[in-house]
Write a protein that binds this ligand. Structure first.
Ligand code: HDE
Length: 705
C-alpha cells in the first residue's frame, strides 16, 4: 500500500515535471530549436535600412507575443492558485465510496484557485465581492472538482438567470464603469426586481465580501450534492471548508485603500505565506442529510439561495487540506486550470438543484472557448494522475499521440478495448424522476426573506453596522432615486430596523410600515465573531527611528516570532537604524512603500530620541491614527506610549508614568517604566489574536445585536 502511495505521489510530481522547463544556463533557440545568434536587433538592409521579411527569428518572436493572451474568464477572471494536498481524518465509507475519502494515510494532491467574481483579470483583490474557492482533487478515481465560493448561498435559484445577474453586476455597457463593483444602477435595478436575491445581498454587504486573507476564508459548495456508498445508498450533502486561522475580514475603508496601494494584497499574502512556510490549512466538513429527511425543513434543500443552519444539521469535520507549494508559472497553472462541477468521481453525485444542473453545462462550454478547443484536459494542470483511455481523438492542440488503428467502440480488433467497467465505472444514482415538462419553479422556492432575516439576526452589533454602511456605500452610488427607494422597501421585508437604517443614509423615505419577516431565530455559526482567533501569521509594523531601545525592541520581537507573528520595521527612510545602545536594525519599509493598512497591528518601542522624532512625523502619526480607526491592536512601551498620546486616539486608558502595570484597553496595550516585556508581549499578542477591536468604533443605537 505504502509503495503504491509513493509511486502515486512520484507520478503526480513527474507528471508536472514532464512539462516544466528550466531555462537557466541554456542557450537561446527559436521554437524550432535553431540556435539564435543575436536577439536585440531585427535583420535590416543596412543598419538604418528597412527590416527584412526573411528574419524568421523576428517574425516568430513577435507572432508568439501577439498571441500571448487568452480570453479571461467571463466571471472569476482574477484569481490566484496554489498546490497542496488533502487527507481524510477517518474513512467515510459509511457514506461514500469516493477513494480519496477512505484512507487517512493517503495524501491526495490538490490545486486550489481563489478568485473574485466581477472584476477583470487586472482588477484589485480587495473589492467587495464574492470569492471563488475552487479545488481540484487529483484522486485515484480521476479528477474531482469542488468549485465553491466563500458564501454558502447564491444570487439566483435557476442557472438560466446567470447571464442576467452577471450582466447587471458587471461594469455598465455604455462606458465600462465601474470596475469590479456592485455599487451602480444596473445591479441594484436587478436586485429590486429579483426578490430571490435578498439573502445573497445580505452576505455580499457583510464582512464576508472583504476577506483579510484567502487563508482566513471559509468555502462552501453552495449546491446540494449526494454521497453514494458501496451499497448504492445515497444521502444529501453540503460541502464546507473551514480555515484553521479563523474567518476574518478587512474594514471597508481599508479594503478601498488597499485596492490602490496594493491591488495584489490577497495574492501577495498567500504567496508570501506559502514561501514562509505558513501553509494555509482548511478543514473539510460535510453536512449530511438522510434522503428520508429531504422535506423536514421550512426551505427546499435544492434551493441554492438557502443554507443549512449548522445548528440544525451539524458540520462533520472529515479531513484537512494544506496548501504548501506556490505555482511555478501563473499562466500555465493558475490561468489554464479548468474547473468543472461536472468533474465527479464515484461516490459523489448530483441533485436536481436547478442552479447546479445549469452549471454542469456552463463550465465545460466556457473552457472550450477560453482554452481553445476540446483538448484542455491535456494541459498539465488539468491532467488526472491516472491514465486516460478512450476513443476521443484529434482537435485543436492535441498532444497525445494515440497509437493503433482503433478509435471506436464496439470493436473486435482490440477486443473492444478500451472497455467500460460496469462495476467500478461511474454510475449515476438511479433517482426516480417524473413530471410535466414545464418552464416553472417549485413553490417551495418562494420564501426569499426568512433566511435573509436569519442571517441579519445572527450578526453582532459591529457586523450589523458594517452591513448598514455597505448599503450606504453601494446604494448611495445608485443615481436613480426610485431604485434607492425600492431597495429600502425590499429590505423592509427582511428587517424593519435595517430598512430604516438604510433609508437614513441614502436620501430616501423610511418604509411606510415597519416591516420584518417574523423570523426570530439566529445561526451563531455564521457570525465571524464566533470564529477561531489566533495570532499566528499576523503582521505587525514596528515604527522606529534612530535612538530606539534595542533590548526592548528585540525582547518584544522575539516573543512575537515565537508565536509566528511576523514583524517589519517601518521608518522614514530605508537603510540601517542605530539604537540608543549602538546596535543597528535594518528598515523593511518606508512610508512610501507601505501603510498601516498592510498590517494587523502596530508596535512602538521606547527610546526618547526615537519617539521624539516619530512625534514630528505626520506619516507616523497617520499610521497610528489609521490603525486605531481600523480597530487594530496597538502596542507601545515606555516612551512609545507618548506617540499614542500625541495621536488622535481618545478615550483609551494607557499606562501611566508612575507605575509599571501593563494596561490593555480595547486592544491598545501599553506599559511604562518596564525592563521586562514578557507580560506586555503576551497581552499584545492576545490583542492581535482578537483580529479587530470593534467596540472602539462609535456604536449606533439602532443596530444592536
Ligand atoms: Fe460559476 N462559473 N457559475 N459558480 N464559478 C464559472 O467557469 C456558472 C456558481 C465558481 O477558479 C465559469 O471556468 C453558472 C456557484 C467559481 O477557475 C462559468 C452558474 C458557485 C468559479 C460559470 C454558476 C460558482 C466559477 C467562468 C449558475 C459556487 C471560478 C469561468 C448560476 C458554488 C473557477 C469558468 C476558477 C466559474 C458558470 C454559479 C463558483 C461561466 C452558469 C453557485 C469558484 O462557467
Amino acid at each position: 500500500m505504502r509503495r503504491l502511495k509513493k509511486r502515486y505521489e512520484e507520478k503526480k510530481e513527474k507528471q508536472l515535471l514532464d512539462f516544466t522547463m528550466n531555462h537557466d544556463k541554456e542557450q537561446l533557440t527559436t521554437n524550432q530549436g535553431v540556435s539564435v545568434s543575436h536577439t536585440d536587433d531585427s535583420l535590416k538592409a543596412g543598419d538604418r535600412g528597412p527590416t527584412l521579411m526573411e528574419d524568421f527569428h523576428f517574425r516568430e518572436k513577435l507572432t508568439h507575443f501577439d498571441h500571448e493572451r487568452i480570453p479571461e474568464r467571463v466571471v472569476h477572471a482574477r484569481g490566484f492558485g496554489a498546490h497542496g494536498y488533502f487527507q481524510v481524518y477517518e474513512s467515510m465509507e459509511e457514506y461514500t465510496m469516493a477513494k480519496f475519502l477512505q484512507d487517512p494515510a493517503v495524501k491526495t494532491p490538490v490545486f486550489v484557485r481563489f478568485s473574485t467574481v466581477v472584476g477583470s483579470r487586472g482588477s484589485a483583490d480587495t473589492v467587495r465581492d464574492v470569492r471563488g474557492f475552487a479545488t481540484k482533487f487529483y484522486t485515484q478515481d480521476g479528477n474531482y472538482d469542488l468549485v465553491a465560493n466563500n458564501m454558502p448561498v447564491f444570487f439566483i435559484q435557476d442557472a438560466i438567470k446567470f447571464p442576467d445577474i452577471v450582466h447587471a453586476i458587471k461594469p455598465e455597457p455604455q462606458n465600462e464603469i465601474p470596475q469590479a463593483s456592485a455599487a451602480h444602477d444596473t445591479f441594484w435595478d436587478f436586485v429590486v426586481n429579483t426578490p430571490e436575491i435578498a439573502h445573497m445581498v445580505m452576505w455580499l454587504l457583510s464582512d464576508r465580501a472583504i476577506p483579510r486573507s484567502y487563508r482566513m476564508m471559509e468555502g462552501f459548495g453552495v449546491n446540494t450534492f449526494r454521497f453514494i456508498n458501496k451499497e448504492g445508498k445515497a444521502c444529501f450533502v453540503k460541502f464546507h471548508w473551514k480555515p484553521l486561522l479563523g474567518v476574518h475580514s478587512l474594514v471597508w475603508d481599508e479594503a478601498q485603500k488597499l485596492a490602490g496601494k496594493d491591488p495584489d494584497y490577497n495574492r501577495r499574502d498567500l504567496w508570501d505565506a506559502i514561501n514562509m512556510g505558513d501553509y494555509p490549512e482548511y478543514e473539510f466538513g460535510v453536512q449530511i442529510l438522510e434522503e428520508e429527511d429531504e422535506f423536514k425543513f421550512d426551505f427546499d434543500i435544492l434551493d441554492a439561495t438557502k443554507f443549512w443552519p449548522e445548528e440544525d444539521i451539524p458540520v462533520k469535520i472529515i479531513g484537512k487540506m494544506t496548501l504548501n507549494r506556490n505555482v511555478d508559472n501563473f499562466f500555465a497553472e493558475t490561468e489554464q486550470v479548468a474547473f468543472h462541477p461536472g468533474n465527479m468521481v464515484p461516490g459523489i453525485d448530483f441533485t436536481n438543484d436547478p442552479l447546479l444542473q445549469g452549471r454542469l453545462f456552463s463550465y465545460l462550454d466556457t473552457q472550450l472557448i477560453r482554452l481553445g478547443g476540446p483538448n484542455f484536459h491535456e494541459i498539465p494542470i488539468n491532467r488526472p494522475v491516472i491514465p486516460i483511455h478512450n476513443n476521443q481523438r484529434d482537435g485543436y492542440h492535441r498532444m497525445t499521440i494515440d497509437r493503433g488503428t482503433v478509435s471506436y467502440s464496439p470493436n473486435s480488433i482490440q477486443d473492444n478495448a478500451p472497455e467500460p467497467l460496469p462495476e467500478q465505472g461511474y454510475t449515476h444514482h438511479a433517482e426516480k424522476v417524473e413530471g410535466w415538462k414545464v418552464r416553472a419553479r417549485s413553490e417551495s422556492f418562494n420564501d426569499h426573506y426568512s433566511q435573509a432575516a436569519l442571517f441579519w439576526n445572527s450578526m453582532s452589533s459591529a457586523e450589523r453596522q458594517h452591513i448598514v454602511e455597505a448599503f450606504h456605500f453601494e446604494v448611495g452610488n445608485v443615481k436613480d432615486q426610485d431604485i434607492r427607494q425600492r431597495v429600502v422597501d425590499m429590505f423592509n421585508n427582511v428587517d424593519g430596523e435595517l430598512a430604516i437604517q438604510i433609508a437614513e443614509g441614502i436620501g430616501v423615505e423610511p418604509p411606510k410600515t415597519f416591516g420584518g419577516s417574523g423570523v426570530t431565530a439566529s445561526s451563531p455559526a455564521v457570525s465571524q465573531e464566533n470564529t477561531i482567533m489566533v495570532p499566528q501569521t499576523r503582521k505587525v509594523a514596528i515604527l522606529l527611528e534612530e535612538g530606539f531601545n534595542f533590548n526592548e525592541t528585540m525582547q518584544v520581537m522575539d516573543v512575537l516570532k515565537k508565536e509566528r507573528v511576523h514583524t517589519e520595521i517601518v521608518s522614514k527612510n530605508l537603510g540601517m537604524l542605530k539604537s540608543k545602545e549602538g546596535q543597528e536594525l535594518n528598515v523593511g519599509k518606508n512610508y512610501f512603500t507601505t501603510a498601516s493598512i498592510m498590517y494587523d497591528a502596530v508596535y512602538i518601542p521606547g527610546g526618547l530620541q526615537n519617539v521624539e522624532t516619530l512625534k514630528t512625523q505626520g506619516d507616523a502619526l497617520h499610521f497610528v491614527n489609521e490603525a486605531f480607526k481600523h480597530a487594530k491592536a496597538l502596542g507601545a512601551s515606555n516612551e512609545g506610549v507618548d506617540l499614542l498620546l500625541a495621536s488622535e486616539i481618545q478615550g483609551i486608558e494607557m499606562a501611566g508614568k508612575d507605575d509599571d502595570r501593563v494596561v490593555t484597553d480595547l486592544g491598545v496595550v501599553t506599559v511604562e517604566n518596564s525592563k521586562d516585556f514578557r507580560e506586555f508581549s503576551k497581552k499584545f499578542i492576545a490583542a492581535i489574536a482578537q483580529h479587530r477591536h470593534w467596540m472602539r468604533q462609535p456604536k449606533k443605537e439602532m443596530v444592536p445585536a
